[in-house]
Design a binder for this molecule. Structure first.
Ligand code: MN
Length: 250
């Protein structure tokens, strides 16, 4: 299975999960919430072929971790995948909204300076703000909007801007989420869990639980599950091959 947005480092015992991850997962994008966590997590998972670790600075903790912003920018030069980054426009983060916007602009600009990056982006209550910044700075990078919950006109704009979308079981089981997914070209969708934050009946989803998403996509697009799985693998391969022109400083 493919899980394009999973906080693998935040499970209670990530190491204990690795045998099952290796057995069941084709690709897990292990997003991180801070550059310090990325430094540690990327070492822990470096020998696990199916796990790729992304450097992030989660918008919900950005204000507290702002002293790590330079580690973030220098880290972006060293890796192809960036996430979780973005903007959270919920009232509790209102104080840091300008800072969040500035940092996201810097992140995308640095990504472009490096020949592009693949970014997993959070946009809760801030879709327009995120899209403004994506439109202004991105070109070579691929933006994957994670758990997108914007309005219909924001979704249209994101599709127009050639964004990709990663979708999870919770999103796809709501009417609004399923409605949004039905408008997205299947060629720009990837499954995710956002686990362990995303849970079912108090139990975190597992990275391989994206089998739920591909079943949901099969229903939404009226396709066979095996065909959906094939399209998802093709999407992943296309995305990974787009990293060829991206430069990494080692
Ligand atoms: Mn997340």
């Amino acid at each position: 299975m493919i899980d394009f947005h999973c906080h693998l480092d935040l499970y209670k015992d990530p190491i204990a999960l690795l045998p099952e991850v290796k057995r069941l997962s084709k690709f897990v994008l292990a997003v991180t919430t801070s550059p310090k966590a990325w430094a540690k997590t990327s070492k822990v998972f470096q020998d696990i072929d199916c796990v790729t670790t992304a450097i992030g600075l989660h918008p919900e903790i950005l204000a507290k971790r702002i002293n790590e912003r330079y580690d973030l920018i220098t880290g972006i030069r060293k890796t192809l995948f960036v996430g979780e980054v973005g903007i959270d426009g919920s009232p509790q983060y209102a104080d840091s909204i300008k800072l969040q916007e500035k940092v996201l602009g810097d992140i995308i600009q640095e990504s472009e300076n490096c020949g592009g990056r693949i970014l997993s982006i959070h946009s809760r209550n801030a879709a327009t703000k995120v899209l403004d910044i994506v439109e202004r700075y991105s070109g070579k990078s691929i933006v994957v909007l994670h758990w997108f919950s914007g309005a219909a006109n924001e979704l249209d704009r994101a599709i127009e801007l050639e964004a990709w979308f990663s979708v999870n079981p919770i999103m796809a089981s709501s009417n609004k989420g399923a409605g949004a997914i039905s408008k997205i070209p299947l060629s720009r969708l990837l499954p995710e869990t956002d686990a362990p934050f995303a849970q079912t009946k108090g139990i975190p989803y597992m990275p391989w639980d994206t089998s739920i998403v591909t079943r949901q996509l099969a229903t939404i697009f009226d396709m066979d599950v095996s065909d959906v799985n094939q399209v998802m693998r093709g999407n992943l391969n296309r995305l990974l091959s787009s990293t060829k022109g991206m430069r990494v400083v080692v």
